[in-house]
Write a protein that binds this ligand. Sequence first.
Ligand code: GLC
Length: 557
Amino acid sequence: MTDALVIDTPDDQKTPAWWRQAAVYQIYPRSFADSNGDGLGDIPGILSRVDYLAELGIDAVWLSPFYPSALADGGYDVADYRNVDPRLGTLEDFDAMVAALHARGIRVVVDIVPNHTSDLHAWFQEALAAGRGSVARDRYIFREGTGPDGSEPPTDWVSVFGGSAWERVEDGQWYFHNFAVEQPDLNWDHPEVRADFLETLRFWSDRGVDGFRIDVAHMLTKDLSEPLPSRAELDAMPQDGRHPLIDRDDVHEIYAEWRRVFNEYDPPRTAVAEAWVSTPERRAKYASADGLGQAFNFDLLVADFDAAQFRSIISENLAQSQLSGSSTTWVLSNHDVTRHATRYGLPALNGRPVKQGTEWVEAGGPEEMLDREGGLRRANAATLLLLGLPGSAYLYQGEELGLHEVAEIAPEQRQDPGFFRGSEFDRLGRDGCRVPLPWTADGASFGFGSAVSHLPQPGWFAQYAADVEASDPASTLSFYRRALALRHELQTGETLEWIETGRADVLRFVRPNGWQVVTNFGTEPFALDGGDVVLSSGADAAASAPGETTVWIAPAA
Ligand code: GLC
C-alpha cells in the first residue's frame, strides 16, 4: 500500500463476500444532484442525498466517472485518473462522501476506464509534443497512414461511435481510437501503462473505495501486427480469444495482476467487468476468482419482456456462474441504454432506438408511440423478478422513480458523441437516460439544483419527482423501497428451482429459504395456490397474479 491516506472499512462491513448478492445503485454523478447551482451534478450533491440512498435500501453505489474530463464522452474520457473534476468537487469532498455512505452501510464502487484516456491526459499531450518514434507515443497506438503522403488512415476500421477509428495528428501520424476522437486507446503492451493503473487502483482502494467497475474490460489488449486486416476481415473473425481487438485471452494477464492488488486489502476490493463478449462462457473468464471476480451479464437488457427469453437467460447464466465460482449479475438499465420502462413501452422488438429510432423521433416525440403506463407496469414486473434472482442486481438512478427515457432533447442540446457521429448502435444517442433526476415537483430544475440542468428536463418529470413519490405508497419509489427491504430476507442461498406453471407466459421459482417469485408476462391473471403474497409489482395480489405483474410469496410461518 502507498502511504497516502488510508480509510479503515468499518468492521461490520468487512464481510468479503458482500458483493455476491448486493443491490448496487448506479449514480451518474453529473446528473444526480447539483449542490452549487452550476447545472452539473457533483460530489457534495451525492453527499446531500445519502439519506435518500439509505432509505432506498441499496447495498452499494457505483459512481460513473467523476474525474477531470472535457466531457467528450460523458466523463469516460478521463484526463486524470487520481483526482476529482474541480466542477464536481475535491478529493476531500470525495472522502466525506465515502465516509457518509460507509456510515450508513453503503459500499462504494468507482469506475475505471483503462482502454483509453482523454486526449487532454498529460500522456497524450506529451505524445503529441514528442513526435514520431518517441517513448511517449508508444503509450498509445500510433501508425503511419496509407495512400499518397500517408493521408489515408492505416485501415478502414470504424469507431464504436461512428466514423473512422483513426485520427491524424499534425505531423501526419495517425492514432487509434475505438471510441470518440478524444479517447485515444492506450497501448497495454507498455509496462508504464500497466504500472500506472496499479497505482490508480491502490490510490482509490487506500481512500476506502470497496470495488471497481471496469469499463470495456474486454478491449484492452490488441494484436496490431502488420499487415492489419480490413474492416470486413476483422468483422468475419471469430471472437474466440484470438481476435485482434476484442476479448483476447491475453487480457486476463492484466486482471490477474489487478487481483493481486485487490487481495492486498481487507476485505479484498471487488471488481465487475463491463465485457460485451460473444458467449456466457467467455464472460465467465472475467468473473473468475483470480481475475476481476464478477462480470456484467447484459442478456436481460437486450431481451424482450418475454417469459421464454427470461427463463433461458436466467438458467444459462446461473449455470455459468456456478462454473466460474462467481455470482451472476442482472441489469435492466444503465447509462448506455434506453430506460427499461420505455423499452417495454414501445412497439416491436425491445423498443430499442436502434430498431425504432427513426420512426420514434419523426413521429414527433414519444407520446405518439409510447405506452407509458404499460411500459412501466412491465418494467416493475421485470425489476421485481430481477430482485428475486440469486446474484447481484444493478439498478440505474431514476429507475426507482419509474422514469422514462427523455426523447425531447433538441439536437443542439445533445451531448453524446454517438449522436453526432451517426453511431450504428444507437441512433438517438444515450442522453435520454442521462437527464438529471427530478427531486421535487417544482423548482428551477425539479430540485436537481438551483440552476437549469445541463441536459433539459421535460415537464412530465414533475409527476415522477422523488418528493411526490416518497409520500405516495402506490408510487414506483415506494415499491422499490419495499422490494429492497424485503430482498434482504429473500437473498439467502445462490440458487433457485423452477416450478412448472402450465403456462408458457408465467415463470415461477422458489429460493432455498422457500420464498417464491411468480412473474406473469401475459395478460390473463394466474391463480396462486396459497402462500403469503408479501409484495406485488402491480395491483394488490392475493389469490392471483394479475397480467404483467410479479409477486413475491413468503413461506407460511
Ligand atoms: C463503456 C461506457 C460508455 C462509454 C464507453 C467508452 O461502454 O459504459 O458509457 O461511452 O465505455 O468509454
